[in-house]
Structures are given as structure tokens and as C-alpha cells.
Write a new protein. Structure first.
Ligand SMILES: [Zn+2]
Length: 149
């Protein structure tokens, strides 16, 4: 990640912390799969049709952080990380085709939570935490719209 930028709205420190923690969590898997992201941005909550997108294979990845529908007003870290993983797969594959979902399966939470995170001594989010977000993840996959240019 060369650059991380938030929208500069209310409680911007929370947005920045969320995005930085997300970047930190996916760092091992990005290194392992040679996924590079030039700019990681907070996506405007007004963007109704998606929760994340990836422009030009990692040139610009945007992730939605603010969730007016939740009690906290934010998506939680598990959701943000899973959307991020989805967008990272678009570094390799544009469309949501069979090959895309194969990579998605390979890069799934097991891989992410065990091998990569333990070698980096990352605090392990409880497995149940990720399981509980799997439905959100699947929904996010459907709602993602990648830019294929
Ligand atoms: Zn997608």
C-alpha cells in the first residue's frame, strides 16, 4: 500500500484506523500473492451500489467504512477485511467468473487466518468472528462492481 486516504469527514480518525488495520491484516496475503495496491481509499457511504471496488488491478482500491444502518455507524473490521480480500482477487481476475471464485476459495479465511497471520504473530480474530461475517462476505461479493480497465 503506497497511500491510504480517508474522506476527511466526521470522526476521520476512526476511518483511518479502520483502513490502516485492514491494510495491516491483509499485508501477509498480499505479499504471498504479489497483490499490490497503489492507493487504498475510503469509499463514500453515498455509493449505494457497492461496498468496494478495484480500479485497474490495484491502482486504486476503495472500501466502504461508514455504515449508517449499523448501531456504531461503521462496518466492523471483519467486514472491511473480507471486502478488501474480494477486491484484492480483482488484481488477478476482472470478472466474477469461475476462476475468480477459485482464487477466492484459495484465499479464504483459513489461509488468511492461519498460515499468513500466525507467521506474522498477528492477533487472531476468533474463527467465529469470520464465520459470522461470511454471509456478509457473500453479499459483498455479489455487490462488488469492479472496473475492468
Ligand atoms: Zn468483485
Amino acid at each position: 500500500m503506497h497511500e491510504i486516504a480517508t474522506l476527511g469527514r466526521a470522526d476521520d480518525a476512526t476511518a483511518r484506523r479502520l483502513l490502516e488495520r485492514c491494510a495491516w491484516h491483509v499485508q501477509p496475503i498480499m505479499r504471498a500473492r504479489r497483490w499490490r495496491v497503489a492507493t487504498l481509499l475510503e469509499m463514500k457511504p453515498e455509493q449505494r451500489d457497492r461496498v468496494g471496488d478495484n480500479y485497474n488491478r490495484g491502482e486504486r482500491v476503495r472500501i466502504k467504512l461508514r455504515n449508517p444502518a449499523s448501531d456504531t455507524g461503521w462496518y466492523d473490521l471483519g467486514h472491511v477485511v473480507l471486502v478488501m480480500l474480494h477486491e484484492l482477487v480483482h488484481n488477478d481476475i476482472g470478472p466474477h467468473n469461475r476462476a475468480f471464485f477459485k482464487v477466492r476459495a484459495d484465499a479464504d479465511a483459513d489461509d488468511f487466518l492461519t498460515s499468513s497471520s500466525q507467521t506474522r504473530r498477528r492477533p487472531q480474530p476468533p474463527r467465529a468472528h469470520f464465520d459470522s461475517f461470511r454471509f456478509v462476505f457473500d453479499d459483498a461479493w455479489k455487490r462488488c462492481r469492479a472496473s475492468h480497465r
